[in-house]
Ligand binder design. Structure first.
Ligand code: HEC
Ligand code: HEC
Length: 429
């Protein structure tokens, strides 16, 4: 990256030299050689001068374009659903922003207090499960487990153990892609999934609708929210989504910091914030939602899936990172939605299979397999020499290091993404 004021004088001087050279050549050499009169010599010099100018402009355009930097960390991959190639590039330096105070709602389905209240009741309603024993909050404990369940993978109806970790519902309202593999594109689309999922709540939607319709207080609730007493799955989904859009946390120390309170982060968290940018975490965990799959990310989250693990490492076998391929159709690694990192300190264990218990270890894994760093105690790495019998060549490789202290700094920064309110209810318990 270059900065304009410092290169401008050099550029202008170069253009002036170009002009002078063109003039001299015409006057001293070309003019006499072609027997041109003074007027013709001035004309020819002017024409050459224009050429110099045009060349200068072309050069500056090329220099500007090539200085914009490219997103080398995020492999170019096809979106499995649309088959579109993701050519996301990060232009310039990232801008740190706070989470908005209100989550976006569909234009044709504005939230109303009645709809939100109905959604809240549904979220805690056990009649939504086949055996009447569980509700959404059974797995998405809003206060105790940061909106998840604290388990490795979810445990649903009849104790059935699901294949994936339960993500938090806090700030899901900002995600353009939901579920670990990004298969749902809105909260409305997502909401009915767990009710009917045989190992989550295991219920039949028609049966759930009948159960609710038998209760006069539910009919009144739907009438207040939607204008009449009709109870159907789309309305259940819309009410749940309206409630979930209130589950947002714009009250983290990070938000206070970027809104102007310079004391909201301590020195360690600030170092972690700089590392988060420098190491490239921000390429994928971008924007105030800390996710490329967020509505607040560049392109509204359309390019929110990434290869994980993107680079080979011992972690792959240790944490069984490639057993589940996520959204990938084929290939060695899986394709996964970039999750938000808001409140991540409250939502252990980590990754789609919940295989990593601590945030430190999750950061080590990410730095290694997504950002290509080598984590060492001291922050120093040895040059590695690799021999390939196939090509008959030696290659020297020296990965960029990340020290354990720096891992700690990043973890401290991630802690600054924890909502003050959620942290307070957690410590009360
Ligand atoms: C048995 C536990 C369980 C129950 C009950 C449950 N969920 Fe979930 N929820 C999960 C798991 C596991 C996932 C991730 C599944 C996946 O990615 O394949 C998830 C994902 C989600 C997500 C997506 C979050 C994100 O960031 O992608 C939302 C929103 C959500 N659930 C809302 C609900 C609602 C609303 C209910 C009640 C109707 C509910 N859940 C009931 C376990 C549960
Ligand atoms: C190339 C994109 C990319 C980069 C760079 C990246 N991540 Fe991730 N991150 C992901 C994806 C994709 C996942 C989801 C993995 C999965 O599905 O299990 C993830 C998951 C995580 C998780 C686990 C979240 C949870 O709720 O379980 C943490 C923590 C995390 N990243 C932190 C970081 C940090 C810190 C960095 C920088 C050192 C970083 N990431 C760099 C794409 C990326």
């Amino acid at each position: 990256m270059y900065d304009l004021p410092s290169v401008l004088p050099v550029g202008l001087a170069a253009v002036a030299v170009g002009f002078a050279a063109a003039g001299l050549i015409v006057w001293r050499d070309l003019g006499p050689f072609a027997r041109l009169g003074p007027v013709q010599r001035v004309g020819l010099a002017a024409a050459l001068g224009v050429g110099v100018l045009a060349f200068t402009i072309k050069l500056s355009i090329i220099a500007t374009l090539s200085s914009l930097g490219h997103d080398t960390l995020a492999p170019t991959i096809a979106d499995p659903e649309t088959d579109q190639i993701d050519r996301t590039t990060v232009v310039g330096r990232p801008v740190w922003r706070a989470l908005p105070e209100v989550a976006p709602s569909p234009a044709d389905d504005p939230p109303t207090p009645a709809k939100i209240e109905l959604g809240r009741r549904l979220f805690f309603e056990k009649a939504l499960s086949r055996d009447g024993a569980s509700n959404c909050a059974s797995c998405h404990d809003l206060e105790g487990a940061g909106g998840g369940d604290g388990r490795v993978t979810a445990v649903g109806i009849d104790g059935a153990v699901g294949p994936r970790n339960t993500p938090t519902v806090w700030n899901a309202a900002f995600q353009a892609r939901l579920f670990w593999d990004g298969r749902a594109r809105s909260l409305e689309e997502q909401a009915l999934g767990p009710i009917a999922n045989p190992i989550e709540m295991g219920a039949d939607l028609a049966e759930v609708t009948r159960r609710l319709a038998a209760g006069p207080e539910w009919r009144a609730g739907f009438a207040a929210a939607f204008g009449d007493e009709t109870i159907d799955p789309p309305r259940i989904a819309r009410a749940l989504a309206a409630f979930e859009r209130t589950l947002i946390t714009p009250d983290a120390p990070y938000d206070r910091f970027v809104r102007g309170d310079a004391t909201a982060l301590d020195a360690r968290q600030l170092r972690g914030m700089a590392l988060f940018e420098e190491v490239g975490c921000i390429v994928c965990h971008a924007g105030p939602g800390f996710s490329r799959a967020s509505l607040l990310a560049p392109e509204g989250g359309a390019s929110g899936l990434r290869l994980f693990p993107a680079l080979p490492s011992d972690y792959e076998a240790k944490y069984r990172l490639t057993e589940d391929k996520g959204a990938a159709r084929s290939g060695r690694a899986g394709l996964w939605r970039v999750p938000s990192l808001r409140n991540v300190a409250l939502t252990a264990p980590y990754f789609h299979n919940g295989s990593v218990a601590s945030l430190e270890e999750a950061v080590r894994v990410m730095a290694t397999v997504q950002a290509g760093r080598e984590v060492t105690e001291t922050g120093r790495v040895e040059t590695r020499v690799e021999w390939s019998a196939e090509t008959g060549r030696l290659t020297r490789r020296r990965p960029l290091p990340l020290s354990e202290a720096e891992v700690g700094d990043i973890v401290a920064f991630l802690g600054a993404l924890t909502s003050d309110r959620l942290a307070a209810v957690r410590t009360k318990r």
